[in-house]
Design a protein around this ligand. Structure first.
Ligand code: BG6
Length: 473
């Protein structure tokens, strides 16, 4: 639908930017921090840096927050490293880790920036992983204990809480993200049992947040990629519905309604991967109610009916690291109507609006965008600045779609693109940058780790100052 006049962004809209602890902080063993599965990842793609120094935000957070203040951010979405707070995941609390996030949150508040806290972003404590990860009920209990520490420490300063970042990616790319060490069928069974454990942990933590944080708001943060059928062939539509259910709605239906999506459940039963559900689990899941839905959006996906053989699979990305498609479920195809970025990811701003509309239609909960952005090979020009017009173009075209979603009647709380500052990409290390702020380091050469604002940060600043009106300029 076209509109003659588009609405302004609402007063109080959370214009923000995002990061995650293991990708930005560094200081991986500083001041008593314990190791997480990210610190111990041994299967980095060859030639990709690790996360030990990252952007050194742990030591330079004050400078970073000052720059965020200059840009005029209204919100900053970051994650708290579980192993900084409780180094072995389940034992004693580390006061130095607790103090770091107090300093960070206080610095944000001084700049008038709303902190949005992710409680868990891929960095499960290594000790808990070694004991079976989320398939072990002790991990679920440990997460609740960790959450209680966070709510008690920071609850008076933090209103917005995110439970788990991209639980669906930790299941779909379980080996790569360190969720499982198993292979084949065994890995799938393990992953969906871990998935169930994460759902329980999330539900219990949402309930605890409502008990411990007056006025606190909490929600999940899955990665949502709306799935299109390749054609109007009815079989392609069935494949798109299946993949939408298994990739997207499984996670949001559980978080909001506390029940397994029936198509996703049918798939788990068919494959022999349905988790064991203990007595009382479904009651715990049904009792928890999120206040909003956060989601990360990078692009849509397009699928066709499966052929039932290896031709259903497709390697994705510039370095062909990820496999998409599943034999007998859906065939992954390129969308001929979408351009790709330098890393082979499709770019689909209109799919962003479609995703908003689908989520709103299904749940009628306020929506918060916690990631969206363009990974690129940024290089400073002779004047020292990164002239990232390609990123401005990407962000502008996505933000225009938010405005259309607002006109469609969707309640949008805010927009936190990835990322506030350059950090280590999950798949491609330091060479793939997303930030508004440039960090002077290379894949392996740490240089001086100096900070400088990219052109996109000035563009974003004008946009925030004008509450989005500069889109029309
Ligand atoms: C999301 C994650 O999957 O996408 C981030 O929450 C990640 O941690 C981002 O960095 C972009 O992916 P990548 O692989 O380009 O870093």
């Amino acid at each position: 639908m076209d509109y003659k006049v588009l609405p302004m962004f609402p007063e109080g809209f959370l214009w923000g930017a995002s990061t995650s602890a293991y990708q930005v902080e560094g200081g991986w063993d500083a001041d008593g921090k314990g190791p997480s599965v990210q610190d111990l990842r041994t299967h980095f793609p060859e030639g990709t840096t690790d996360y030990k120094v990252a952007a050194d935000h742990y030591h330079r957070y004050a400078e970073d927050v000052a720059l965020m203040g200059e840009i005029g951010l209204k919100a900053y979405r970051f994650s708290i490293a579980w192993t900084r707070i409780i180094p072995d995941g389940d034992g004693a609390v580390n006061p130095e880790g607790v103090a770091f996030y107090h300093r960070l949150i206080d610095a944000l508040r001084e700049q008038g920036i709303e902190p949005i806290v992710t409680m868990y972003h891929f960095d499960l404590p290594a000790t808990l992983s070694a004991r079976g990860g989320w398939a072990n009920p002790e991990t679920v209990d440990a997460f609740v204990k960790f959450a209680e520490v966070l709510f008690n420490e920071y609850g008076s300063k933090v209103t917005y809480w995110l439970t788990i970042n991209e639980q669906n990616m930790m299941i779909m790319h379980g080996k790569m993200l360190g969720t499982t060490t198993l292979s084949g069928d065994e890995a799938q069974r393990d992953l969906f049992q871990q998935n169930h454990g994460m759902f329980l942990a999330q539900a219990r933590v949402m309930a605890r947040c409502h008990e411990l944080v007056p006025g606190g708001k909490i929600g999940p943060a899955p990665n949502i990629a709306y799935v299109y059928p390749q054609s109007c062939r009815p079989e392609d539509q069935v494949a798109a519905d299946d993949w939408n259910a298994i990739r997207n709605w499984l996670y949001t239906d559980l978080a909001v309604h506390g029940r397994y999506n029936s198509l996703a459940w049918a798939y788990l039963v068919e494959r022999g991967w349905a988790p064991t559900i203990a007595e009382g689990d479904m009651e715990i899941l049904a009792a928890a109610k999120p206040d909003f839905l956060a989601f990360n959006y990078y692009a849509s996906q397009t699928v066709a009916a499966p052929s039932g053989d290896a031709s259903d699979l497709r390697q994705r990305g510039a370095d062909q690291q990820m496999i998409r498609g599943e034999i007998g479920l859906y065939k992954a195809v390129d969308n001929p109507d979408l351009p790709k970025n330098a890393f082979g990811w499709e770019i689909d701003p209109v799919g962003f609006r479609t995703t908003f509309r689908a989520l709103w239609d299904r749940y009628q909960l306020p929506l918060l965008v916690t990631e969206n952005g363009l990974g690129a090979y940024d290089e400073p020009a002779e004047d020292g600045m990164v002239h990232d017009d390609y990123r401005i173009d990407y962000l502008q075209r996505h933000i225009e779609q938010i405005r259309l979603a607002l006109a469609d009647g969707v309640d949008v709380l805010g927009y936190c693109p990835w990322s506030a500052i350059d950090l280590i990409s999950t798949h491609q290390g330091m060479k793939k940058r997303y930030g508004f702020i440039y960090v002077n380091r290379d894949e392996f050469d740490l240089r001086d780790l100096g900070r400088s604002r990219k052109k996109s940060s000035y563009w974003y600043q004008r946009l925030i100052e004008s509450r989005g009106a500069s889109l029309d300029a």
